[in-house]
Design a binder for this molecule. Structure first.
Ligand SMILES: C[S@@+](CC[C@H](N)C(=O)[O-])C[C@H]1O[C@@H](n2cnc3c(N)ncnc32)[C@H](O)[C@@H]1O
Length: 236
């Protein structure tokens, strides 16, 4: 998601006067630092949800004191306990069950508050838009978990590719991840989760998406002025 920061996310934050942000999935904190620079410039606050932070939390605290709170936990445990945020960046576990329920939890809080936040979703494009991946398969109820294995994904191939035994011309990626054995079909992938959520919600929402850099989606309240601003920023 960090690749979209300068051209899209920061511009929308400034435009919409975003003051409280939730980041789901921080990994090495590369995007986190960008968000925190925004927070210190605009007096905003960041909630980071990351079960396995791979950055120096103390150092970040020294650099940006008082600007963030880190929950070393998964999104489904934290989202029911936080509220009042203007924007959420979803870039955690890229599968239907996790993303669909993250959106449901955000919607529940939005109904109480009377305001739906701007939700940015990474990986709505290839390879995880239509294919589940599980950081920790045990966290996904069996009913929602697709058959998966640690093999690679190659463009144009629904089946996974064994990186040790592939035909020379097939380059595959993410062979170390738990990837669903096939793409498409019901309840499979991040974009499918967004579409299923959109079909059910009663809140009038707009959705914008681009497919480059594995895809970025933006879900926001349907309001003409906000829609027009996001549309103009999203043409990049
Ligand atoms: C793709 S990385 C995030 C990259 C980061 N947003 C960036 O732009 O640099 C995904 C991260 O999500 C975390 N993660 C996995 N499952 C999660 C969950 N259920 N809730 C929150 N974070 C999760 C992983 O530990 C991993 O660090």
């Amino acid at each position: 998601v960090k690749r979209f920061w300068d051209q899209v996310i920061e511009k929308i934050f400034i435009q919409e006067n975003v003051r409280k942000i939730v980041e789901i999935g921080a990994l090495r904190g590369e995007n986190t630092v960008k968000i925190l620079k925004y927070c210190s410039a605009y007096n905003a606050k960041l909630i980071i949800i990351e079960p396995f932070p791979q950055f120096d939390v103390e150092k970040l605290n020294e650099e940006f004191p008082g600007y963030f709170r880190l929950y070393e936990d998964i999104s489904h445990h934290v989202l029911p306990n936080i509220t009042g945020y203007d924007a959420v960046l979803i870039d955690g576990d890229h599968n239907w069950y996790t993303v669909y329920h993250e959106l449901k939890m955000i919607e529940k809080k939005a109904k109480k508050r009377g305001k739906f936040p701007i939700v940015f979703l990474h990986d709505i494009g290839w390879p995880y838009g239509r294919r589940d991946m599980y950081h920790d398969p045990d966290l996904i109820p069996q009913k929602y978990r697709k058959p998966y294995t640690k093999k690679g994904i190659a463009p144009g191939h629904s089946e996974l590719i064994d990186p040790l035994n592939y035909e020379k011309d097939i380059k595959c990626m993410n062979a170390h991840m738990n990837n669903a054995l096939y793409d498409f079909g019901e309840k499979n992938g991040v974009l499918t989760a967004v579409e299923d959520f959109m079909k059910e919600t009663k809140i009038p929402l707009s959705f914008y998406g681009v497919s480059k850099n594995h895809g970025l989606g933006i879900l926001t309240s349907k309001k003409l002025d906000v829609d027009n601003k996001i549309k103009s920023i999203f043409k990049f």
